[in-house]
Structure formats: structure tokens, C-alpha cells
Design a protein around this ligand. Structure first.
Ligand SMILES: [Mn+2]
Length: 328
């Protein structure tokens, strides 16, 4: 793995920097992009977001969140560096890089990473890409000195980084949490972030319709494979009924995984051209391996895959077939 100093050097050498992340960005993708964007702007760097996606509602409290508006989908003229955050595969980047010939830096923590950058900083021991971004912004000069304690810049950068760490660790519950994770968070608290407020923004902010949708989906939950796998399904027409076509529904997974004896929770969601599946694992079952069979990826305990042109039941049976092998 390259040195974080190499990334700093490239940033300082660059005149115009674009930042992007994986499609359907989560708290870590958005947090790492906005944490770094805020830092770059404070350094006076001409920097901007490249994204097909728009900021999800529950992340709109972050500084510069409005820059993620889906309007810039490819690098602007004279961009000499593009940094891709939290994204393992080129196909998943929320930016169109077809006409871009400049440098790409890939900063990520996924085990399945194609190393598509000219610099690839892939740290699979990082609980979140935001952990790496913390090391980077520190390298760029945003560490704590007494005189700059609780400065606005630190609160803005720190809140974005904290958001990514909280969301990718399930609020510090997952086994990806390390001593370093807690050390970084301790330093972010010294930056002056309001961690309790961030948790409220993230989790106590659901639209009423979404809670009703979760109830509807949970009322049909099934246990299969000796009650070790919980299966949840959301049809497109249900999302239309609740007027929630573009809402993130992944938080219902933790309810399925919370069932006694369940090892894996599988959520299937019907989309225009197929079925998206999200998988979460409680202990040792590697759901990334299962997702990879159908072209998906992720982490051992959290993975996703989209199967094109299949029905929800076909998608379910495909994944259960592979899961059955992993469980026995
Ligand atoms: Mn991540």
C-alpha cells in the first residue's frame, strides 16, 4: 500500500480536483467526500464533487452537502486529479470518467477492489473510508493544536468523518471497529463535533411513511435454511404505493439480523431492470463471497449485488442456493 504522504503530494501538486464515490452513496461515501472537500476548500484548492447521485435527505446536515446535487457527472475542464472514495469497482463510480485522461486516486477499504487508480490506497483494516480520510486531512494539516481547538473548519471536517465512521460501523457495533477507530473518534470529539446531534440527524429523522413501509415489509419476513437466514422482500409497486421509490431501505436489515438464531439477513428489492439484494451477516458467514457469485461485492459481513432481468423469486433462489453452501 502506498503512503498517505504520496496522496498529500498529489493533492498539493494539483490545480483542480474532482471527488467522487460509489453510486447510491451511503454515509461513508458522502462523509469521506465532504470531509475531504471541506478540507480542500479550506486549503484554497479548486475542488468539487462529481456525482450522478443527489445527497440523501438524512445526510443533508453536513457542510457542503448541497454540492452533491447530481449536476456534475464528469470531470470539469482542466481537472488534473480525480479522487474516488469508498468504491471498489470502476462500474460503480458515480461519475462518468470516459473522457477523462488525468490522474485517478482510489481510496477505499473494500476487500474487492479493482485497483483502478494510479495511486490505490486500500486499507481493508479501516472500518470506514472515513478513517483513511481522517489520516489524510491530518496529513494536510488539520490536526489539533490548542489555538485552533473547535475551529469551524475542524467541526465541519470532523462531523463528515464521524458520520462515515458511525454509519459503516453500525454505530460502533460491527466487528470492523478497532482501537484506531475509537482513537480517531476521540480526536474528532476534541475537534468539537456534536456526536449526539449527528446520531439524531442520522437515525431519528425517518419520514413517517418509511416507518410504515418497514412495518409492511417486516410483516412478511420469512426464515429459511434452518431458520438461519431471514428474508425480506420489497416489490417495486410497494415502494410506489408508499411513494418511497428512491429511499434507502437498508436499515430494515438490522431488524432481521436481530432475530435470535439468524446468521444472515437478505433483503431483496425490485428495481426497473432487475433485483437488488443486500446481505448482512452476524458472525462467520462471508456474504461478500455470496454476492460475488452474481457480480456483486462488499465486505464479509455486509455485501450487495444486483441481478439483472430476474424476478424477485429467481433472485432469492439464486442467492439462497449459494448461501446454503456457505452455511453447511
Ligand atoms: Mn465504506
Amino acid at each position: 500500500m502506498c503512503n498517505i504522504k504520496d496522496i498529500k503530494e498529489e493533492i498539493l501538486l494539483s490545480k483542480r480536483i474532482g471527488l467522487s464515490f460509489h453510486t447510491s452513496p451511503d454515509g461513508d461515501a458522502i462523509g469521506s467526500a465532504l470531509g475531504l472537500l471541506n478540507a480542500l476548500r479550506y486549503l484554497g484548492k479548486d475542488s468539487y464533487i462529481i456525482s450522478r447521485d443527489v445527497i440523501p435527505d438524512n445526510l443533508s446536515y453536513l457542510s457542503l452537502a448541497n454540492d452533491i446535487d447530481g449536476s456534475t457527472v464528469e470531470p470539469k475542464a482542466n481537472t488534473d486529479l480525480v479522487i474516488i472514495l469508498d468504491c471498489g469497482n470502476v462500474e460503480r463510480i458515480s461519475a462518468d470518467l470516459t473522457n477523462y485522461n488525468g490522474k485517478v486516486i482510489n481510496i477505499d477499504h473494500h476487500i474487492s477492489n479493482d485497483k483502478y487508480g494510479f495511486i490505490n490506497y486500500i486499507d481493508v483494516t479501516a472500518a470506514a473510508t472515513c478513517e483513511i480520510i481522517y489520516l489524510l486531512v491530518k496529513e494536510l494539516g488539520f490536526y489539533l493544536k490548542n489555538e485552533i481547538d473547535n475551529q469551524k473548519s475542524h467541526v465541519e471536517i470532523g462531523s463528515a468523518i464521524y458520520t462515515g465512521i458511525v454509519t459503516d460501523t453500525g454505530s460502533f457495533r460491527h466487528s470492523n471497529v478497532t482501537k484506531r477507530t475509537h482513537n480517531i473518534v476521540a480526536e474528532l470529539v476534541e475537534f468539537g463535533i456534536n456526536s449526539s446531534k449527528i446520531h439524531s440527524n442520522l437515525f431519528d429523522n425517518k419520514p413517517f411513511e418509511k416507518v410504515k413501509l418497514m412495518g409492511h415489509v417486516l410483516s412478511d419476513i420469512k426464515l429459511v435454511l434452518n431458520n438461519k437466514v431471514a428474508v425480506l422482500e420489497i416489490e417495486k409497486k410497494t415502494l410506489e404505493e408508499f411513494n418511497l421509490l428512491n429511499t434507502d431501505t437498508s436499515d430494515v436489515l438490522s431488524v432481521g439480523l436481530g432475530i435470535k438464531g439468524v446468521e444472515v439477513c437478505l433483503l431483496l428489492k425490485e428495481v426497473d431492470d432487475g433485483v437488488k439484494a443486500s446481505l448482512r451477516s452476524k458472525n462467520d458467514i462471508d456474504v461478500r463471497k455470496v454476492a460475488e457469485v452474481y457480480g456483486g461485492g462488499g465486505h464479509i459481513k455486509a455485501a450487495g449485488v444486483k441481478q439483472k432481468n430476474v424476478s424477485i423469486s429467481e433472485a432469492r433462489e439464486n442467492l439462497l442456493k449459494i448461501l446454503a453452501q456457505e452455511i453447511n
